[in-house]
Design a protein around this ligand. Structure first.
Ligand code: ADP
Ligand code: MG
Length: 318
């Protein structure tokens, strides 16, 4: 199968590539064209997933397609943006029809759940790697940035944390768990649903936001730094799922929630009144203070901040 046949069969013909709101021109020309309503800004983000680094080299292509798009769209949710379209730059070692069919199916399913259209891409040969660029729209000046947290705000998250980190040993086949424990965790790993509705609700309410991808404490550090404030996290308030506690026990579940990656849950700061006006379930896990950095507090308010805060590809050598 040649490059053009591959593109047209698996991608251009896919239901998710037939256009949608804001897509003036999709796959087939030198560029796609997007329409942006007056008074809105374009939000853009790119993510690359490399086999053996971001996902196991051998895995179900349908799950991989789902997850790759979810991870990318999560950045739109974190900005309070509404999805429009995405491009797919795919590097493949060889062309396996089953693999491509599964991958395109997974991508299409997640595209449907996020109401986002495939608008273009690039196809090359090489070690398996997937780069997705997502485009969304957000009313002028209302994007949720990392830099607006103010002392006195509450620190909140949009759901339980650590599930994907807990699932990783199951994904890698290093560990087994009964279905009622393993399945909900694996669902978080393979199909994290971007919190798009929450992101849109946070416009005009949150003072800062991001999606947690590298661990709660590490990512809160980004808000603290960008906003020039300190964040204090109350350990007792950090939400963990029953499945994660059943798999790991409470202590290790909390460790996964604080430092494990791949959550794709929103973390945000907002004044208390704005938090109580939200119609989505959120968890208040701490406060914004004057100062800098992120601290973890126990129930007595003592500082119990761990050293290891999250995952980085390139760590500074001590
Ligand atoms: P060009 O050579 O002009 O860059 P290509 O031949 O690479 O164009 O691609 C032809 C069309 O197919 C373009 O519209 C491009 O966006 C789209 N395309 C290529 N690869 C993919 C892919 N993996 N998924 C979706 N669209 C793709
Ligand atoms: Mg090209």
């Amino acid at each position: 199968m040649g490059e053009f046949e591959l593109i047209s069969h698996y991608f251009a013909a896919a239901p998710c590539a037939q256009g949608g709101e804001g897509v003036a021109l999709g796959i087939g020309d030198d560029c796609a064209l997007l329409d942006l309503p007056a008074g809105e800004q374009l939000a853009i983000s790119t993510d690359t997933l490399v086999a053996g680094v971001h996902f196991p080299a051998i895995c179900d292509p349908l799950l991989l397609g789902q997850r790759a798009l979810a991870v990318a769209v999560s950045d739109l949710a974190a900005m309070g943006a509404t999805p429009i379209g995405f491009t797919l730059a795919l590097t493949l070692p060889d062309v396996g029809r089953d693999w491509l069919a599964g991958f395109a199916d997974g991508l299409g399913r997640m595209a449907g759940r996020c109401a986002i259209s495939l608008i273009g891409g690039d196809t090359t040969r090489g070690p398996l790697s997937i780069t997705l660029t997502v485009f969304g729209r957000v009313p002028l000046g209302q994007a949720l940035r990392r830099s607006g947290a103010r002392p006195g705000d509450l620190l909140c998250v949009g759901g339980s944390l650590g599930n994907a980190a807990g699932a990783l040993p199951l994904v890698l086949g290093e560990h087994q768990a009964p279905a009622h424990v393993g399945e909900p965790l694996l669902e978080h790993y393979w199909a994290p649903l971007p919190q798009l509705r929450l992101g849109e609700l946070l416009r005009g309410r949150a003072t800062a936001a991001l999606d947690i991808s590298d661990g709660l404490l590490a990512d809160c550090g980004h808000i603290a730094k960008a906003s020039g404030v300190a964040l204090a996290v109350d350990l007792a308030q950090v939400p963990v799922s029953d499945a994660l506690v059943a798999l790991l026990g409470r202590e290790a579940a909390l460790r996964a929630a604080l430092t494990g990656g791949d959550d794709y849950i929103l973390a945000f700061t907002a004044p208390a009144a704005a938090v109580s006006s939200l119609t989505e379930t959120v968890h208040v896990i701490g406060r914004v203070l004057e100062g800098q950095g992120v601290t973890l507090r126990d129930q007595q308010g003592r500082d119990i901040t761990p050293d290891q805060r999250g995952y980085q590809h390139f760590r500074e050598t001590p």
